[in-house]
Write a protein that binds this ligand. Structure first.
Ligand code: SF4
Length: 316
């Protein structure tokens, strides 16, 4: 299906997905990919679908959604593969612009060293780049790229893109237990992100069945540590750990709100205390969440933080 949704997304609000690539056609074969191993590894851009066909599918979906009184915040290129492999991406974005809906692209950034790819991405209002590692051997182990790709040129391409891009640039780093979660590796990624200066850096963990069963999320303790290491270097960091938490939407239900906030970022003990006081609740709410294994206590630089517990299935 070329156009699907709209689906609710924490990052993009209501997002209508655009699949501009045939299933599992990618430059990477990430160990955590929820689509399984990549069958068609490629790195040369080419034509996949007729851009007119994409435009029609999206227009139809937008029309049907508004007929039902629905709306959407973004049209998002989020393919079952790598969307920048599509040589017509820029043209497709141009064709969709008259719909007056913001356009997002979620890319693994593996082709961003090419000028035409950067030019295509410049046209989007919101771009997410994948940065799982800044060391070549680690990157090869996690993302398992097409052999000819070189991490150094990809990282340079990202910096080049960020320099000129005027839309909203975000990054996503997938943490895989035992592969890229050491303090040293995380600090190097954070250093790179500090140079890239994205509007937001997301830290994600595998929450759906991965291509390789052994690709598991690290512990909450390590996720919380990763959050702090990133946050020491960049202002805006959020976790994507499988819950659609929203740190800013309060429902008035103390437990629910605490779980939403701590799914997005670990919360300091003092901040939890303030939150409880404002909500007219006491510490028993925290004790009860810990007892029910929904919340976990972690420590960073001698301070205590609370974080939402991962789903049981995710803990390797
Ligand atoms: S880049 Fe995305 S689609 Fe490609 S293998 Fe990795 S996770 Fe799967």
């Amino acid at each position: 299906m070329i156009a699907f949704g709209p689906v609710p997304s924490r990052r993009l609000g209501r997002s209508l997905g655009i699949n501009n690539i045939p299933p599992k056609t990618c430059t990477y074969s990430c160990v955590y990919c929820q689509l399984g191993r990549t069958k068609k590894m490629r790195f040369e851009r080419r034509v996949f679908y007729d851009p007119e066909e994409i435009q029609k599918a999206v227009k139809d979906k937008v029309g049907k959604t508004s007929e039902k009184g629905g709306s959407m915040d973004y049209l998002t290129f989020v393919a079952d593969g790598e969307p920048t492999l599509d040589i017509n991406l820029g043209h497709e974005i141009d064709q969709l612009k008259p719909l007056g809906i913001k356009i997002a692209v979620i890319t693994n950034a593996s082709l961003i060293w090419q000028e035409d790819v950067r030019e295509n991405l410049m046209k989007a209002d919101w771009v997410s780049l994948k940065i799982d590692a800044t060391r070549e051997p680690i990157w090869r182990r996690i993302d398992r790229p097409y052999g000819a790709l070189q991490l150094a040129s990809i990282l340079d391409g990202m910096l080049e893109f960020a320099k000129d891009y005027s839309g909203e640039l975000v990054t996503e780093t997938m943490l895989v237990k035992g592969l890229n979660n050491s303090d040293a590796l995380l600090r190097e990624i954070a250093e790179f992100l500090a140079r890239l200066r994205p509007a937001m850096s997301y830290l994600a963990v595998p929450t759906r069945p991965p291509a390789e069963e052994w690709a598991q999320p690290p512990s909450e303790e390590i996720i919380s540590r990763a959050y702090h290491i990133f946050h020491d270097r960049i202002d805006h960091v959020e976790c994507l750990i499988g819950y659609e938490g929203n740190a800013f939407a309060f429902t008035g239900d103390v437990e629910k709100d605490l779980l939403s906030i701590t799914a997005v970022h670990p919360m300091r003990e003092e901040a939890v205390g303030d939150f409880l006081a404002r909500a007219g609740a006491d510490w028993s709410a925290i004790e009860s969440l810990i007892e029910r294994r929904q919340l976990i206590e972690t420590r960073y630089k001698g301070r205590c933080f609370y974080m939402r517990k991962l789903r049981a299935r995710c803990i390797g």
